[in-house]
Design a protein around this ligand. Structure first.
Ligand code: KIV
Ligand code: ZN
Length: 515
């Protein structure tokens, strides 16, 4: 390969987590970080350490564990943020601090209440402060897409002089268009006298559905790092989807002057893992990782693909990890086969005790379902790893549905160790169960989303349910999987309730005024 390298910077654990309801525990972040490392992602943005103690500890844990990828921590251009980020990444083999401050007129005036000169001073100071901890410093002029180019040139030149080695150009609000964004990238690189001392990067949001197109346009104009997330997860409409950027560059090597080092066969695996952990299902028609991305429905297409695959397929499904690990386990598979399969899927359970509990669930599932696929295992483990520290637990559930009768449910829950039961009616069995649970818990949370997806094919498949709840403070997602979708629904609802009843204090990187 004779082209330049395109650095893949994954921010699933940071910007992805800013998606309402996508918050992850430390253990979940570690699982995703390991999968990203296995996929050979160059830089993993592990979080925003000043946001909360939990965020700090998660970044620290990822930094201590990841060996191959660079681990990056986000910090506003403030001493306290940078010191916290520096502390969190101390243990990393290769560490980076990513500091940012807004540069658009609207952000400087309305959010920061600062003049451009004050913002410039603060940016230089932040980069200098970060250099106490590492020489791998990234600077982002937030809302660059709506900033004045002259000011961008001034501030970027100054932070490169101060020691920044990556300059990231964020389209924070997803406002730009591919052609103009590409031109901006080219102009910055051309006009800034010391631009050759830094790698230019791009970070696009998807508010107009253009995040990937804008990122690729920037790459065509000299960006050599793309910031992206698995499944395009992220703030509001999300970030550029890693799988789409990487496969576009790989598939169109005839036009891109660069390549990535990613092991693309890990893409589907990573996508499923992130979806399972966050409870954000992947839409079937999603490029690369959607269930239909390589499925051909029309007879003409099927005929063409059978005769010669390239007639209708521009990529091979195997190249992104479809079918790669469809190994089947069943009722007679032993603990060792189970453990080995989890290992191959990058799933490490914390202790023998957790492994035993997961294995018991696997045996239960194998009694109901003939063949257990990788998707089943991933759902089962996500389910198992959420059962710790739960305030609410299901003790018993019963639902009755009959033609001409109103469905009703009997629910027994243990709440903080105390058991209570109730009978409830509903318009359907799921409604009856949810009403029963709510009558016992009294959370007063609003149900925003209820969705069911089959994990594998067939009527014996597990149903994977996502429930999104909202109260005054936050939005959470709960997941549950079971071959009985009513039980899966109850698990998902209770999982969401357990999250919403555990308050977390957390700062948002872009919300607070930078003083
Ligand atoms: O979208 C954005 O501007 C960001 C910055 C912190 C890079 O996420
Ligand atoms: Zn962002």
């Amino acid at each position: 390969m004779n082209t330049e390298k395109l650095i893949i910077f994954d921010t699933t654990l940071r910007d992805g987590e800013q998606s309402p309801g996508a918050s992850m525990t430390k253990d979940e972040k570690i699982r995703i970080a390991k999968a990203l490392e296995k996929m050979r992602v160059d830089v993993i943005e592990a979080g925003f350490p000043i946001a909360s103690v939990g965020d700090f500890e998660a970044v620290q844990a990822v930094a201590n564990m990841i060996k191959e990828s660079t681990v990056c921590a986000l910090a506003r251009a403030l001493d306290k943020d940078i010191d916290r980020a520096g502390e969190a990444i101390k243990g990393a083999n290769s560490a980076r601090i990513h500091t940012f401050i807004a540069t658009s007129p609207i952000h400087m005036k309305m959010k920061l209440h600062k003049s451009p000169d004050e913002v410039l001073e603060q940016a230089i100071r932040a980069v200098e402060r970060a250099s106490r901890y590492t020489d791998n410093i990234e600077f982002s002029p937030e809302d660059a897409g709506r900033s004045e180019t002259d000011f961008l040139c001034r501030i970027i030149e100054a932070v490169i002089d101060a020691g920044a080695r990556t300059i990231n150009i964020p389209d924070t609000v997803g406002y730009t268009l591919p052609d103009r964004f590409g031109k901006l990238m080219a102009e910055l690189r051309e006009r800034i006298p010391n631009s050759d001392k830094a790698v230019f990067s791009v970070h696009c949001h998807n508010d107009l559905g253009l995040a990937v197109a804008n990122s690729l346009s920037a790459v065509m104009n000299g960006a050599r790092q793309v910031e992206c997330t698995i499944n395009g997860l992220g703030e509001r409409a999300g970030n550029a989807a890693l799988e789409e950027v990487v496969m576009a560059v790989r598939t169109r090597q005839d036009v891109f002057p660069c390549h990535t080092d990613l092991d693309t066969t890990q893409i589907v695996n990573c996508s499923r893992l992130v979806s399972n952990i966050t409870g954000f299902p992947v839409q079937p028609n999603k490029a690369i990782v959607g269930a239909n991305a390589f499925a051909h429905e029309s007879g003409i297409h099927q005929d063409g693909v059978l005769k010669h695959r390239e007639t209708y397929e521009i990529m091979k499904a195997e190249d992104v990890g479809w079918f790669a690990n469809r190994m089947v386990l069943g009722k007679h598979s032993g603990r060792n086969a189970f453990r080995e399969r989890l290992k191959a899927l990058n799933i490490e359970l914390k202790s023998e005790e957790v492994l035993n509990a997961a294995f018991a669930r696997f045996k239960d599932l194998a009694d109901k379902k003939h063949e257990i696929y990788d998707g089943d295992l991933q759902a089962l483990v996500s389910d198992a790893s959420t059962t710790e520290h739960e305030r609410i637990k299901v003790v018993a559930l019963k639902v009755c549905s009959e033609t001409g009768e109103t469905p009703h449910a009997f629910v027994t829950l243990s709440i903080d160790g105390v058991e209570n039961s109730i009978a409830a009616k509903g318009s359907g069995p799921v409604d009856a169960i949810f009403r029963g649970i709510e009558a016992l818990v009294n959370s007063e949370a609003n149900l925003l989303v209820y969705s069911v997806n089959n994990v594998t094919d067939g009527t014996d498949a597990q149903g994977e349910v996502v429930v999104r709840l909202e109260n005054e403070e936050r939005i959470v997602n709960g997941q549950g999987a079971d071959t009985d979708i009513v039980i899966a629904s109850a698990k998902a609802y209770i999982n969401a309730l357990n999250k919403i009843l555990t308050p977390i204090e957390r700062k948002h990187p872009q919300a607070a005024r930078q003083v």
